[in-house]
Design a protein around this ligand. Structure first.
Ligand SMILES: C=C(O[C@@H]1C=C(C(=O)O)C=C[C@H]1O)C(=O)O
Length: 466
């Protein structure tokens, strides 16, 4: 990816450095005089682009990342204790498509001045990054996709921890000292209090009959698979603080990617595309069984899942769609012949990890644009499945089942599929919509699919404290 990052370049004048402790995290404020390295860019003269200054430094282990979120709007990306949290906002891009956001990021990151970075091999993400969350279907939602450039990022990966500060060259030299600090001095996290649940537009039985109609359409011959989702409305006594949910999800689902971007909170097991140092990986999930409380029984369930023709077919559609979409961007693709069983605390999934060598211009977001929507969340053939969802599902999916994740200036990044999540109502933060969907194929049984959706809602229900 084109990258005009100039580390240690274009900095003149003295630098004053002050280290202070904020919740065990070293905060630094530096003053530097920047010589102008670029003129303010506007794409086709239409869009004002921020001209940004980025500094990253190594910090001591900051402790539990989910404990560092200073305010409810802070961004989170955590898996097995590693990842990034971020706060403050330097720029927010309302994207009309994933491809358009990729273009915006490519042009914006080409204008960045990088003052300092980490010594040696930097972990992906230790530098200029944006976090994003995209709609499932831009044509069928009033809501918007976003790419957010934060002011401060704290990350931990592979035994190293860092802090990145991003500031607008056109504005103040550095983020205001009054801005939020991670950890100490942060706004306290409030429990949601008592939570009640209600069906979304469709009740359970109505959803089952909608699934019955989907199965009929599939059997009529034009569709192979359609993923149908439902929502559950949760109403809490207090405003729902995403940090409450992030902390619980990250602790209870360490193998999943726990995220919070702009009110969308969840812990997803499905990785649409991860790109790091030229290697692309995608974890495809499709085919699900609810776990029991008994380990031996779970073993039998796992064996049944890996031999279920209905689940294997559903899985095959999803893997095919990913391999086909990825092929133009990659070489040396490896697609395992058979899936393995991924165990989560609530469900078992059939899983396939596809790996490939990414082409030099294939950023993580460019590949996400090509992959979305995969048959894991939409169906096969894509256009017919998407139209069937729009016609029958009666749900505004919003950003549920869209890509969620982050990208860095080299195009590396992680874009998961926003599953096992909820969206806090921006107009009434006591309300959150929880979503769960199921892949429907010719052999699907509506009652079993409803039960599967109930199992998929468990992580968010538990995180809310019910
Ligand atoms: C749509 C969801 O999950 C998708 C559907 C699956 C299935 O039907 O087996 C499994 C994983 C996901 O690809 C969801 O969790 O909401």
């Amino acid at each position: 990816m084109a990258n005009a990052v100039c580390r240690g370049q274009s900095i003149t004048g003295s630098r004053e450095r002050r280290i202070s402790h904020a919740g065990g995290v070293l905060a630094e404020r530096s003053r530097a005089t920047l010589s102008r390295v670029s003129t303010n860019l506007s794409a086709g003269g239409a869009v004002d682009r921020p001209r940004l200054h980025v500094a990253t430094e190594e910090i001591p282990d900051p402790g539990r990342l989910s404990g560092l979120l200073p305010e409810p709007g802070a961004l989170a990306w955590i898996r097995r204790g590693e990842g990034m949290i971020a706060f403050g906002e330097v720029a927010r891009h309302k994207a009309t498509s994933i491809a358009e956001a990729e273009q915006w990021w490519r042009e914006t990151s080409a204008q960045v001045v990088v003052d300092r970075g980490l010594d040696g091999d930097e972990p992906a993400g230790a530098g200029f990054v944006a976090f994003g969350s995209f709609c499932f279907d831009h044509d069928n939602t009033p809501s918007e996709s976003v790419l957010i450039i934060p002011q401060v990022v704290i990350g931990r990966r592979g035994g190293r921890a860092w802090r990145t500060t991003i500031s607008n060259v056109g504005g103040d030299d550095w983020p205001s000292e009054d801005g939020p600090a991670a950890g100490a001095g942060a706004l306290p996290v409030q429990s949601p209090g008592a939570v009640s649940f209600a069906d979304g537009k469709l009740s359970g039985p109505e959803w089952e009959s909608m699934i019955g109609e989907t199965v009929r359409r599939i059997n009529a011959g034009k569709l192979g698979k359609v993923v149908m989702a439902r929502e559950l409305l949760a109403l809490a006594a207090n405003p729902i603080d995403p940090r409450w949910l992030v902390a619980r999800l990250a602790a209870d689902y360490p193998a999943c990617w726990t995220y919070h971007v702009d009110g969308l909170v969840g812990a997803t097991p499905e990785m649409l595309i991860r790109r790091e140092s030229g290697l692309a990986t995608s974890r495809v999930l499709a085919g699900t069984i609810r776990r029991s409380d008994d380990a031996d029984h779970d073993l039998a369930l796992a064996a049944a899942l890996s031999q279920s023709s209905k689940d294997l077919q559903e899985h095959e559609y999803a893997v095919d769609s990913v391999a086909r979409a990825l092929a133009p961007y990659c070489s040396g693709m490896n697609v395992p012949d058979a899936p393995y069983v991924l165990e989560l605390p609530n469900v078992l999934h059939l899983a396939t990890d596809v790996t490939a060598v990414a082409g030099p211009d294939a950023s993580s977001l460019a590949m996400a644009a090509a992959l979305h929507p995969s048959a894991a969340v939409c169906g096969t053939p894509t256009d017919a499945a998407r139209a069937t969802i729009a016609e029958l599902e009666q749900l505004d999916r919003n950003r549920y089942t869209g890509p969620v994740g982050w990208i860095d200036a080299d195009g590396d990044g992680e874009w998961a599929i926003a599953l096992r999540c909820g969206r806090i109502d921006p107009d009434d933060p006591r309300q959150i919509r929880l979503y769960a969907g199921c892949g429907i194929v010719a052999e699907s049984d509506p009652a079993a699919e409803l039960a599967e959706s109930v199992a998929k809602l468990v992580p968010m229900r538990d995180a809310l404290g019910s």
